[in-house]
Write a protein of this length. Structure first.
Length: 693
């Protein structure tokens, strides 16, 4: 029997209940369309519940805030104190059942026992889960306990749930130090029973610049768009001379310094540009002071890297005291922390087992979020090495960090290691797990030159020309893929499509039965994903080329779990029209059918007849594709490119691509206007393609 709700319970503060809710929500949203989030008890009805707000926003949950909680603690304790416990439970059941009837699944998050007073003399979370009929995920905070104590807690919680006839979906032991992790693992041998162990991630507890802004009511003096998520590992007060203070700064420090200490301020910015000193995360001016106009002018003129500068009204002592009391908060915008947390979660739970337990009846609906999460999981399960040659671009570095933290792929960056490391540290990033190759001085260079020369010498390529070619990022990266040093490549953030594809055509070449490289976009509409081809590469394909584009696009769709129904688009449907362009599409359709009789394909067909069932009933009533097409092949680049952009801009569809197809090994091209999210998605897709080779 498949379950329709889960109840997440934790005993203590800091156990990581939001972290687990987030991990489970990712799995749920990957498989189900409508998922509800419900907290039976909140701390206060007068303040916004942070967990509810976070989950509703991040996962775009279609429900009102007031429907996502039951009652506040004061109300609950009054009801229990007046012997109205059963009435309280019935009220909660009523709210829960309403959600259960309207949604595919309800994820419930309980309140920590430590928040409940002695008025409540039984485990209210278990009582609520019992009456909801929900399976329970119990979280144990191992931070301040020995391995033996945690082991006893695990056994006790299991017995407790069994004695109350509650189904234990999973036990999660969180915040384990390295030694404690290994010791507990040994103790649990043979009795894991869906018990998952998570190591301590200290960064999740670190403050960010945004925490500081909100926690001490700081004003921004100088701050970049991405600076809000920078982590702060320590707080220092600049009370020494510059000469002595520089000896005390450490990586990711926040420094409190009066704005009239121009020497310290300039020294800190000098340290940012020096390879001999750490990079601090932020500067705070007390007393609402501002730096001297000339110092400010100098700082604003720095065009590469900067340090966020904030100001506060309090004095130095009071500012330091307040900062020590600020707590780290997980926000929807905390992409770096979220990626780290999700990477840990997915690496330590049995995703397949969880999906088997929670999967409801299959749905044909696929939302953009569902598709994106499926990409991440598919890539994570069969992790590949993806080379990113454009390491000088900040977007690439930020995407690389998210990719590594989420465990989507292993990342290879090309560039001078010392310079590249300085750059990502100045941006407040952690790319220590990436492989960095100084390609111009690499021991692979001679091998690559010889390989390229041998491949192209019959076409007149000289060794010198081969050496010159390998000095270009994309050629070197492509050769890495060809010779197995990397599994795939993503480029194009600062290079043209031609500069990305040309090396691939010369080195990797096309698949045996395909003579043309083409592309598709995954068009993620509100409730379905369509595949558009070719919208980026081939300008005016003939019938044979168009047929190959259709074959490649069909294979790509099926590789990503889409049951392909292919529409060969034209301005005419069936036999209703004529002309050279219609005949080209008709001929291309016949070529595909002759080579792949198992493909569901229709052409020529107009777009409306391809995707709209009502139009299809009129124009092609007997077609197995019309009205249900999900792979749409455009007759030329002009039509395809304009259509995908029109659909993207007018419907709000998420366009993922272009994804190159037809090559022997995966090489993918980015738009030069790409966002960090686009790069991460393309890396995931490239990794999946590599796993299918």
């Amino acid at each position: 029997m498949k379950i329709k709700s889960l109840y997440i319970s934790a005993q203590e503060k800091g156990a990581g209940i939001l972290f687990v809710s987030m991990g489970m929500m990712e799995i749920l949203k990957r498989n189900l369309h409508r998922v509800a989030f419900f907290r039976p008890i909140t701390l206060s009805k007068d303040t916004v519940d942070g967990d509810i707000e976070f989950i509703l926003q991040r996962y775009d949950i279609d429900m009102k805030y007031e429907d996502a909680y039951g009652f506040d603690i004061e109300y609950v304790e009054n009801m229990i104190a007046s012997n109205r416990s059963n009435e309280l439970i019935n009220q909660l059941i009523s709210k829960f059942k309403k959600l259960e009837n309207e949604y595919d699944f309800v994820l419930c998050e309980g309140i920590r026992r430590s928040f409940l007073t002695t008025t409540i003399n039984y485990d209210l979370n278990i009582k609520i889960a019992q009456n909801f009929g929900s399976s329970v995920i119990n979280i144990i905070n191992a931070r301040n306990s020995t391995a033996t104590e945690v082991y006893e807690d695990v056994l006790m919680e299991r017995d407790n749930l069994k004695s109350e006839s509650c189904d234990c979906f999973a036990t999660i032991v969180n915040r384990l130090g390295d030694g404690k992790y290994e010791e507990l693992e040994k103790k649990l041998q043979g009795s894991r029973e869906n018990t998952y162990l998570f190591k301590e991630l200290s960064e999740l507890d670190l403050l960010t610049v945004q925490d500081v802004i909100e926690g001490v009511d700081a004003k921004a003096v100088l701050i970049g768009e991405k600076d809000h998520t920078r982590v702060i590992r320590g707080i220092k007060v600049a009370a020494l001379s510059l000469d002595n203070f520089l000896d005390h700064i450490e990586e990711d420090d926040l420094v409190i310094v009066p704005a009239d200490r121009s020497d310290i301020i300039l020294g800190l910015f000098g340290a940012l540009y020096s390879k001999n000193y750490p990079n601090i995360s932020a500067i705070v001016f007390p007393f609402d002071m501002t730096a001297h106009k000339n110092v400010k002018k100098l700082i604003e003129g720095l065009d590469s890297f900067n340090i966020p500068v904030l100001s506060v009204a309090t004095d130095t002592y009071e500012t330091g005291k307040k900062l020590s009391q600020v707590n780290a908060k997980l926000r929807v915008t905390s992409e770096r922390k979220i990626s780290l947390a999700l990477g840990l979660f997915h690496a330590n739970v049995d995703i397949e087992l969880i999906e088997k337990k929670i999967a409801a009846s299959k749905t044909k609906i696929t939302t953009p979020m569902m598709f994106e999460y499926k990409l991440f999981e598919q890539a994570r399960v069969n992790k590949k090495r993806i080379v990113l040659p454009e390491s000088m671009d900040e977007r690439i570095l930020r995407a690389a960090e998210i990719t590594l933290r989420r465990g989507v792929a292993d990342v290879i960056l090309l560039g001078n290691e010392e310079k590249l490391t300085q750059n990502y540290l100045r941006l407040g990033l952690d790319l220590s797990e990436a492989t960095i190759i100084d390609y111009l001085n690499s021991e692979l260079m001679e091998e690559f030159i010889e390989e390229f020369y041998e491949k192209r010498k019959e076409k007149g390529l000289t060794r010198e020309a081969a050496r010159d070619a390998m000095g270009h990022l994309n050629y070197f990266a492509t050769m890495m893929v060809q010779l197995g040093y990397a599994d795939g490549m993503v480029s194009g953030a600062i290079h043209s499509t031609g500069e990305t594809i040309r090396p691939a055509l010369q080195i990797i070449k096309t698949k045996p039965d395909i003579s043309v490289v083409s592309s598709v976009f995954f068009m993620c509409l509100k409730t379905e994903v369509l595949v558009y081809g070719d919208c980026a590469v081939n300008q005016d394909p003939d019938a044979k080329t168009l047929a190959q584009i259709a074959i490649s696009s069909t294979r790509t769709a099926e590789a990503f779990g889409i049951d392909a129904k292919v529409a060969m688009l034209s301005y005419s449907t069936g036999e209703s029209g004529s002309g050279a362009e219609v005949e080209k599409v008709r001929e291309a359709t016949k070529i595909v059918q002759s080579k792949h009789s198992d493909f569901l394909i229709e052409g020529p067909i107009q777009y409306d007849a391809a995707v709209n069932k009502n139009v299809a009933r009129t124009k092609l009533p007997d077609s197995k594709v019309a009205g249900e097409a999900n792979v749409l092949i455009f007759p030329d680049l002009n039509t395809g490119n304009n259509t995908y952009k029109a659909v993207q801009r007018s419907s709000g569809a998420v366009a993922i691509g272009p994804i190159l197809q037809g090559l022997n090994k995966p090489i993918n091209d980015l738009s030069r206007g790409c966002l960090v999210t686009d790069i991460v998605n393309t890396i995931a897709i490239t990794a999946i393609q590599a796993g299918q080779e």
